[in-house]
Design a protein. Structure first.
Length: 105
């Protein structure tokens, strides 16, 4: 169940960040409200993950880095941000870091 909460926490964090972009400096009401809703759900899920899985260092690192990688991909695909060799290398390193935390713990 811990992994489900972790996945939900990552998804909610990513949705909150996307809504932050869509809120346009809190000038759009619905995305602005959703920023707080999704971040609240993300943090709630993280609390449940820590209760189930325990290790804050690995849990938080996976949560934060997976969210960062997903946001970078969404930025490139959805918001048409530039893709550069350094972004590809950096995303690869983030993913390898997540795998390293999980596989070699």
């Amino acid at each position: 169940m811990g992994w489900l909460y972790l996945a939900l926490g990552i998804i909610f964090e990513v949705l909150g960040t996307v809504c932050m972009k869509l809120a346009d400096g809190f000038t759009k009401l619905v995305p602005s409200i959703l920023v707080f809703v999704f971040y609240g759900l993300a943090l709630g899920a993280l609390v449940l993950v820590l209760k189930k899985m325990g290790e804050i260092s690995a849990v938080y690192a996976i949560w934060a880095s997976a969210g960062t990688a997903l946001i970078a991909v969404i930025g490139i695909v959805w918001f048409k941000e530039a893709i550069t060799p350094m972004k590809i290398i950096s995303l690869t390193l983030i993913i390898l870091g997540i795998l390293g935390l999980e596989l070699f713990d």
